[in-house]
Write a protein that binds this ligand. Structure first.
Ligand SMILES: Cc1cc2nc3c(=O)[nH]c(=O)nc-3n(C[C@H](O)[C@H](O)[C@H](O)COP(=O)(O)OP(=O)(O)OC[C@H]3O[C@@H](n4cnc5c(N)ncnc54)[C@H](O)[C@@H]3O)c2cc1C
Length: 422
């Protein structure tokens, strides 16, 4: 390491932190990534593995009222566990204010630009770094059993066309020709050709390994407990205090701590409005009698369940549960994944699952990520709040953070993602 290399400490070894570490290290920064568990042990390891560029935020007109109606049904796709939680109440109130057509319209251009950029970066990364992560550029289908669901999907598809994507509407018959496991009676769907699929755990591990090759130090089992100013090399720096008492000094700090972001940021007077949106997966081996061999990822529209073919198994994943920062596996919600799949596919049996899991999505009330410097702390950056699109937006977030840290300005207008906007 030379004296001129900026020292950057990245906290969090999910897809966002690893992408930040990779782009920073590739450009010559002296990176230390600190992860308290293992790499990809949070939401990034077990997600649906779908790169879905161009979709808008989860805030949709009427979305909150739909959730409130369903809130006592623990098997509904969107579930808010009833409890007294003033922070959640405030978050829901702000969320509801962003559930408007106007917000959706104003968010699409930025989500579209991020989507185009990140999709190209996936192609580049997989090819240039030779990432072994089962990357398939096969698109995905949004599949609907009802004409009402299909109409909503077509509306969303036309909004995406306006920002340069090419979703294709399909009849039920056309869908079944392409994906023969689908049952009779499917109303139709939308094909998203720009989408891709990969094994998210392998992608993050592979990219962490490439970051290491560019000189990054990856420290797992390193729980960061404090962030504070320190004086080192005769200048004011930022220090990260680990639970062990060790202090790691850095010229710049990136907080990529996902749904767990409140603790560290609040020590800098920065109150991030993040709620954990719990999602589940259940993996079934192909050939075990538990799943048909799907060709391409299908999203079961009325139930918001992704069915992703991966190496020898199908991953059923989804649901959004606001029940706080915990990893409690609620059986009815896991069951709901395969119960929904049985309504859309022939051949979904009850064979044992090879894996059952839950992970916490970092959700903001306006449905947009938070990427930028902390107000009043120019050398501390936040990269979180990617909700349902963290895998998709990982590479572009990593590149933007590397530009913010090393060039002091990003190559895209990301004002809409600034930290202090709430
Ligand atoms: C069921 C499900 C399906 C999904 N499907 C998709 C999909 O198909 N496509 C898509 O784009 N997105 C999807 N997502 C969303 C995506 O998984 C998340 O947006 C993304 O993983 C968030 O990444 P992250 O790096 O911010 O958080 P995480 O992966 O949770 O990583 C944060 C890391 O920070 C570490 N950490 C936190 N605090 C500290 C600390 N103080 N010290 C050290 N380390 C710390 C944690 O241990 C954790 O490893 C899905 C999510 C779920 C739950």
């Amino acid at each position: 390491m030379t004296q001129t290399q900026p020292r950057v400490a990245v906290v969090g070894g999910g897809v966002i932190g690893v992408c930040c570490a990779y782009f920073l290290a590739k450009r010559g920064a002296a990176v230390t990534l600190l992860e308290r568990n293992d790499i990809a042990s949070g939401a990034s390891g077990g997600n649906a593995g779908t790169i879905a560029p161009g979709h808008g935020p989860i805030n949709k007109p009427g979305r909150l009222w739909q959730a409130l109606k369903q809130m006592l049904d623990p098997t509904s796709p969107l579930y808010i566990a009833p409890r007294f939680d003033p922070q959640l109440a405030r978050w829901l109130w702000t969320f509801s204010r962003y559930c408007t057509s106007a917000h959706l319209q104003s968010s699409l251009p930025i989500m579209g630009s991020l989507g185009h950029a990140t999709r190209s970066l996936f192609d580049q990364l997989v090819e240039e770094e030779d990432l072994d992560c089962d990357f398939r550029t096969t698109g995905y289908y949004d599949v609907f059993r009802t004409s009402a669901g299909l109409a909503t999907a077509k509306h969303e598809a036309s909004a995406m066309r306006a920002v340069g994507f090419h979703p294709e509407s399909l009849s039920g018959g056309a869908l079944r020709e392409r994906e023969p496991a689908l049952r009779q009676g499917i109303a139709g769907g939308v094909f998203y050709p720009e989408a891709a699929t990969l094994n998210p755990h392998r992608f993050v591990l592979e990219l962490a390994e490439r970051a290491r090759r560019y000189g990054a130090t990856i420290r797992t089992g390193s729980d960061v407990d404090g962030v504070m100013p320190v004086v080192g090399r005769g200048v004011r720096l930022t220090g990260l205090r680990l639970k062990t008492g060790e202090v790691v000094e850095a010229d710049h700090v990136v907080l990529a701590t996902g749904a767990y972001s409140l603790h560290l940021a609040s020590q800098l007077g920065c109150h991030l409005p993040i709620q954990a949106g719990k999602g589940y997966h259940r993996d079934r081996d192909i050939g075990s009698g538990g799943t048909p061999p799907l060709r391409v990822t299908c999203m079961l529209g009325e139930h918001s369940v992704f069915c992703t073919p991966m190496d020898g198994f199908v991953r059923y994943s989804g649901t959004m549960e606001f029940s706080g920062l915990n990893h409690v596996l609620r059986r009815p919600r896991l069951e709901q994944l395969t119960t929904a799949a049985k309504m859309y596919f022939d051949g979904v049996g009850d064979a044992p699952s090879r894996s059952e899991w839950c992970g916490l999505r970092p959700c903001t009330p306006d449905g947009l990520p938070i990427v930028g410097p902390v107000p009043g702390h120019a050398d501390v950056f936040v990269a979180t709040g990617h909700a349902m699109l963290g895998l998709t937006l990982g590479p572009i977030t990593g590149r933007l953070i590397s530009e913010l840290v090393l060039d002091k300005r990003p190559s895209m207008d990301i004002h809409a993602l600034r930290v202090g906007r709430f």
